[in-house]
Design a protein around this ligand. Structure first.
Ligand SMILES: NC(=O)C1=CN([C@@H]2O[C@H](COP(=O)(O)OP(=O)(O)OC[C@H]3O[C@@H](n4cnc5c(N)ncnc54)[C@H](O)[C@@H]3O)[C@@H](O)[C@H]2O)C=CC1
Ligand SMILES: O=C(O)[C@@H]1CCC=N1
Length: 267
C-alpha cells in the first residue's frame, strides 16, 4: 500500500516534531501538506495552507488539541476519501469517537508519540480499526522514521500508554531538574548542576538502551555495598517513595486522558 501524500492538520509542538522527524528521516518534503492557521512557516518544500484543501490524501494526521475535534472535523472530512487512512494523536479520543466524525476513512489509527519524534527516537503506540495487515504494515513503515512504532493488544491500554509514552518526557525532564536542584541545594553552582544532571541522564539512558542488563541491575552495579549510592537509593526506595509518587502522577495523567476522551465522545 502506497502512503504517499500526507496531510498534517494542526502542526504545533507534536505535529511539528513529527514533521521534523519525517524530513530528517528522508521523507520528501513534497509529499507533505500542512494545514494550520497559525504556523508561521513550513520547512522548505512542504506546502503550508491555512485551510484544509479539498483533495485526496493517502494519510491525514490529526494534530490539533482534543478539545478542537468537533470544530475541526467538518473542515477535515472533505480531505478524507475512501482510500484515506486517518492517524490521530489526540490524547484520550477513542477510535469509535473518530469513526463517527470521519465515517468515510478507509482506516483509523490512534498514535501516541512524544516530542522525541523530531529526532527519530519516539515510542509510537498504535491502535487501529478498519485496516488489514497490509494497511497496518504501511502505517508502521510510515512511522518508522520517527522512532519505534508498536501495536497495542487493545485500545483499552491507550490512556495508560499516553501517561507513559506521551507524557513521559515531561516526567523525565522534571526528574532531571530535580537532580540539578538537589545538587544546587548541596552547593553546586546552578548552571553547572544543570549541565551535570543532563549529562548524567543522557549517559544513563544511552547506557541502559544499549545494555544487556535492565535498569534494576544497572542501578545495583552503580551502588557499591555500603556506599554513597546505596545511601541515596535507600531514601528513594523507603516505603517505595519514588514508585508511589510516579504511579500517582501517571494515574492522574491516565485519568485526564480518559476524561478528555469522554468529553470528545459527547460532542
Ligand atoms: N505535546 C506533546 O508532547 C504531545 C501531544 N499530543 C497530542 O497532540 C495534539 C496537539 O498537541 P500540541 O502539539 O502539544 O498542541 P499545540 O497547541 O502545540 O498544536 C496544535 C496546533 O493546532 C493548530 N490548530 C488550531 N486550530 C486549527 C485548525 N482549525 N486547523 C488546523 N490546525 C489548527 C494550532 O495552530 C497549533 O499549531 C493534542 O491532541 C495532544 O493530545 C500527543 C502526544 C504528545
Ligand atoms: O498533555 C497532553 O495532554 C498531551 C498528551 C500527551 C502529551 N501531551
Amino acid at each position: 500500500m502506497n502512503l504517499d501524500k500526507v496531510l498534517i492538520v494542526g502542526c504545533g509542538n507534536m505535529g511539528g516534531a513529527m514533521l521534523q522527524g519525517w524530513l530528517a528521516g528522508g521523507v520528501a518534503p513534497g509529499r507533505i501538506t500542512v494545514a494550520d492557521p497559525r504556523m508561521a512557516e513550513a520547512p522548505a518544500g512542504v506546502m503550508l495552507v491555512r485551510e484544509v484543501p479539498v483533495a485526496d490524501f493517502d494519510v491525514v494526521l490529526l494534530g490539533v488539541k482534543p478539545q478542537l475535534l468537533d470544530a475541526v472535523a467538518p473542515q477535515v472530512a472533505p480531505a478524507i476519501g475512501q482510500g484515506t487512512i486517518l492517524l490521530s494523536i489526540l490524547a484520550g479520543v477513542e477510535l469509535a469517537t473518530l469513526a463517527t466524525r470521519f465515517p468515510d476513512a478507509k482506516g483509523i489509527v490512534r498514535v501516541m508519540p512524544n516530542l522525541a519524534a523530531a529526532i527519530g527516537r519516539s515510542p509510537l503506540a498504535l491502535s487501529g480499526q478498519g485496516l488489514d495487515q497490509a494497511g497496518r504494515d504501511a502505517v508502521t513503515a510510515l512511522l518508522e522514521p520517527l522512532g519505534t512504532p508498536e501495536w497495542l493488544a487493545s485500545e483499552d491500554l491507550f490512556d495508560a500508554v499516553t501517561a507513559l509514552a506521551g507524557c513521559g518526557p515531561a516526567f523525565v525532564y522534571r526528574y532531571i531538574d530535580a537532580l540539578a536542584a538537589g545538587a544546587t541545594a548541596l552547593g553546586v553552582p546552578r548552571d553547572q548542576a544543570q549541565r551535570l544532571a543532563l549529562a548524567t541522564a543522557e549517559g544513563s539512558a544511552l547506557l541502559a538502551a544499549s545494555s544487556e542488563h535492565g535498569p534494576g541491575e544497572l542501578a545495583r552495579r552503580v551502588a557499591s555495598p555500603g556506599g554513597s549510592t546505596q545511601a541515596g537509593l535507600d531514601v528513594l526506595d523507603a516505603d517505595q517513595a519514588l514508585v508511589r509518587l510516579v504511579e500517582a502522577a501517571m494515574t492522574a495523567a491516565e485519568r485526564r486522558s480518559a476524561e478528555m476522551g469522554r468529553d470528545a465522545r459527547g460532542g
